[in-house]
Design a protein around this ligand. Structure first.
Ligand SMILES: [Zn+2]
Ligand SMILES: [Zn+2]
Length: 119
């Protein structure tokens, strides 16, 4: 049987890329229709999965509390591993300030990590 040379296996990175593109455009549209931008699992600004850029300074939002420790008035550091993201304040230690905004950041990162690995 002849091998069909033009048909090749799609690599996992290509699959991931296609998924990212699809989710990005779906969330762009959803945001126009009223989705909370902080609920997104992709980043409309950096065009990547949220957990890939959540550590950048642009993702600290003191006004709404994302990645922010109110008592210390400073940005939280982010540690992302294979399954989740951990926020911690460099001043008060490893206790992630348990606010709705910070929980939302962690939840969105978990979802984006899972989505990136989804087949
Ligand atoms: Zn971003
Ligand atoms: Zn703190």
């Amino acid at each position: 049987m002849r091998r069909r040379g033009h048909l090749r296996q799609v690599t996992s990175s290509e699959t991931g890329h296609a998924t990212l593109t699809a989710v990005l455009s779906a969330e762009d549209l959803a945001q126009e229709l009223g989705l909370d931008p902080h609920a997104r699992v992709t980043c409309g600004r950096h065009r990547c999965w949220l957990h890939q850029c959540v550590a950048l300074p642009e993702h600290v939002v003191p006004f709404t509390g994302q990645r922010w420790c109110r008592p210390c008035r400073r940005a939280l550091d982010v540690h992302v591993d294979g399954t989740t993201a951990v926020l911690f304040c460099p001043r008060c230690g490893y206790g992630t300030p348990d606010t709705a905004a910070n929980r939302q950041v962690v939840q969105a990162c978990r979802t984006s990590i899972a989505a990136m690995h989804a087949r």
